[in-house]
Design a binder for this molecule. Structure first.
Ligand code: ARG
Length: 293
């Protein structure tokens, strides 16, 4: 089972046959149906509002307990399926991975349908509250992002890793000075690389493209989260090695679901569902299913 999933992850990671950009909707619906659904959503939101006795709207309604975002029974979730094992495009062309399975389990507990929208990582935060209700994308909680979105309770610990060619002498922070570093645009790895003295931060929309350039000798290293680094190391076992970012002074990170600011009803529902999933063993089951230990 795990083997099968790992090979799917690797295949998906390397094909580059990934759904990207604005046409990247991976919901069951085509665009016409999508528009119809959007219309329904608006109608449902209106109903929800007129049913209530106040005009409290998108700021959320802790007392009422129902978030407008899911009043239509649908939770639209943004991700960037370029980040195995947390999200990748499966053999069937649909987003899969730990985060996708987790948010579907959360949706089930909340009694809503989950629709996944695959988009570029760098546009996820800005899309919350407009294109999507929430985002799950191995997204690290940062103070800067907190200015635009709220985060759920954290669900996974992470740290940035350093991927280098197997024969590289890079081993400590000092060795990063002046190097050419590949990162995925808008990620914490990108932000770290920007700060490294005299280094060139080469930004890619897809992490896999950075990894391919590393393998082809165009980069000295790639900075990427631990678990994706381990997946890529396994894929290129003879060519790459993954080094723990803690040895480079990189700070611990935590992943959480990004949500619209101030929608406490939605936050409560998501955090409640997440807690249930942890308590009933579903969470550990998904970790075992998707994440190589
Ligand atoms: N944890 C890093 C960040 O939040 C990288 C996340 C990249 N995720 C993805 N699905 N591409 O910036």
């Amino acid at each position: 089972m795990k083997k099968k999933i790992m090979s799917t992850i690797l295949a998906a990671a390397m094909t580059g046959a990934l759904l990207m950009g604005c046409s990247g909707s991976t919901g069951a619906s085509g665009s016409a149906a999508g528009e119809a659904a959007a219309g329904e959503e608006a109608a449902a939101a209106e109903n929800a509002e007129s049913a209530g006795d106040s005009t409290e709207a998108s700021e959320g309604d802790a007392a009422g307990g129902v978030s407008e975002a899911v009043a239509d029974g649908e939770l639209t979730v943004g991700t960037n399926a370029e980040f195995p094992p947390f999200e990748f495009v499966g053999d069937d062309g649909e987003p899969d991975g730990f985060d996708v399975a987790l948010i579907k389990a959360i949706g089930e507990k909340m009694g809503v349908t989950v629709t996944i929208e695959n988009m570029e990582f760098d546009s996820l935060v800005a899309s919350i509250g407009s294109k999507v209700d929430v985002s799950i994308a191995g997204m690290t909680v940062t103070d800067e992002r907190k200015q635009s979105v709220d985060f759920s309770d954290p669900y996974y610990d992470a740290v940035q890793y350093v991927l280098v060619p197997s024969d590289s002498a890079i081993a400590s922070a000092d060795d990063l000075v002046g190097k050419t570093i590949g990162t995925q645009l808008g990620t914490t790895g990108d932000f770290i690389a920007e700060e490294i003295e005299n280094a060139t931060d080469q930004q890619y929309n897809k992490a896999v493209d950075a990894v391919n350039d590393l393998v082809n000798g165009r980069l000295d290293l790639v900075i990427i989260d631990k678990n994706p680094a381990l997946v890529f190391q396994e894929k290129f076992a003879d060519k790459l090695k993954a080094l723990d970012g803690a040895d480079f002074g990189f700070e611990p990170e935590q992943y959480a679901i990004a949500m619209p600011k101030g929608d406490t009803a939605l936050a409560d529902a998501i955090n409640g569902a997440l807690k249930e999933i942890k308590d009933d063993g579903t969470f550990d089951k998904l970790v075992n299913q998707y994440i190589e230990q």
